[in-house]
Write a protein that binds this ligand. Structure first.
Ligand code: SAH
Ligand code: SF4
Length: 353
């Protein structure tokens, strides 16, 4: 099948006919099966700290929100979560937090990575999602065992980016970080928020082309969900953002083909079956929350985050049911690396030999 044109993608973003949309989602799921297989991989996500030096206008844990009790889990607590993930046979984990660049934090992460790698004999894959850092920091963490990094560009439109962030937050720096991560050897993930105030359908089409131009290996994107204690517009059309979220997954799959695409938790905030619908529209990654229940209420990037009262094992059995109901198989115990990344590596090796 030929690549979709800008105009075709744009038309899909306005499509409201449920039958036509079903057809698009079916095609995207078939494309996923063809290029990355029928399995869905789990990444247990540990949201280990809500301390953040940044002030993104949309985010509930931004530094200027005085209502959030701040926490950082200890190395021991993080390690326990990682071991629980391995016991549950999740092939890999994601460590996520607010953004900090201080040396104490950089060293803390380095230590945590080495401990997890040692304790699991290198078997547990580790993705980081810790915001913008220097090339040196990214390299140190790569050396300590992380092999994937998630850094959403949030929007590929620099003008829209400016409206969503304070003046000292930079689109160009963020994009440069993605390039640095790739140079170091990480599998690189990015994504955007969907249904942001001021965002147009054209913006969403350009986002997909941005993923392609930047040779992104993994996509993690989800609907924008307002948080009541942030400066950004609070009114959104939930049903519409959900529809746009699924169309984004489907069009990204049809355009990028062999990348990993996550069905974001924010999808489930808007629809109880959100994540399985994401899989049916072409996603192949799910990120079950394995943060200890006591900390979850302090890590609310947006309101009505689901599963706040569940523990990691409850999340697992609930998700298993959901994924099976969506007709997909779960890739337990596997890293489920991005096929896009592996192919790139292979052709690089071949061109060198
Ligand atoms: N501090 C790191 C990682 C944690 S934030 C970083 O910013 O990269 C992870 C993601 O949460 C952000 O990239 C953003 O896309 C998402 N997020 C924040 N606030 C949100 C909101 N109100 N609705 C939906 N997603 C949100
Ligand atoms: Fe901090 Fe990330 Fe939230 Fe921005 S989105 S305020 S960097 S946690």
């Amino acid at each position: 099948m030929q690549d979709l044109t800008r105009e075709e993608m744009l038309a899909w973003f306005s499509e409201k006919d449920p039958q036509k949309l079903e057809g698009l989602f079916r095609e995207a799921r078939a494309c996923a099966i063809r290029h990355v297989g029928s399995k869905v991989y789990f990444r247990g996500i540990i949201e280990f700290s809500n301390l953040c030096a940044k002030d993104c206008y949309y985010c509930g844990i931004r530094k200027s929100n005085p209502n959030v009790p701040r926490f950082t889990m200890s190395e021991h607590e993080i390690l326990e979560c990682a071991m629980a993930a391995q016991e549950m046979d999740y092939g890999s984990i994601v460590l996520q937090s607010g953004e900090r660049q201080d040396e104490v934090f950089v060293r803390f992460i380095e230590g945590v990575l080495r401990k997890i790698k040692n304790a699991t004999s290198g078997k547990l894959g580790i993705t980081l999602s810790l915001g913008e850092q220097t090339a040196e920091t990214y390299a140190r963490w790569f050396g300590a065992g992380a092999h994937r990094y998630l850094l959403r560009i949030e929007t590929s439109d620099p003008v829209l980016y400016k409206r969503l962030h304070p003046p000292d937050h930079s689109f160009e720096t963020r994009r440069e970080c993605l390039r640095t991560l790739r140079r170091i050897g990480y599998q690189v993930g990015t994504g955007v928020m969907i249904g942001l105030p001021f965002q147009t359908h054209e913006n969403l089409v350009e986002d997909i082309l941005f993923f392609k131009n930047e040779e992104i290996d993994m996509i993690g994107m989800g609907p924008y969900v307002p948080h009541g204690e942030t400066p950004l517009v609070q009114e959104v059309d939930t049903g519409e953002n959900f529809r746009l979220g699924l169309v984004m997954i489907a069009l990204s799959r049809l355009t990028l083909k062999n990348v990993n695409i996550a069905a974001a938790t924010a999808l489930q905030t808007l629809d109880p079956s959100g994540r399985e619908k994401g899989v049916q529209a072409g996603a192949n990654i799910i990120m079950p929350n394995i943060t200890p229940t006591d900390y979850r209420k302090f890590y609310q990037l947006y309101d009505n985050k689901p599963c706040l009262d569940e523990n990691a094992r409850q999340c697992k059995s609930c998700l298993e049911k959901r994924i099976r109901a969506a007709g997909a198989e779960i890739g337990y115990g596997e890293w489920g690396d991005s096929v896009h990344f592996l192919k790139k590596q292979k052709s690089l090796k071949e061109s060198k030999s």
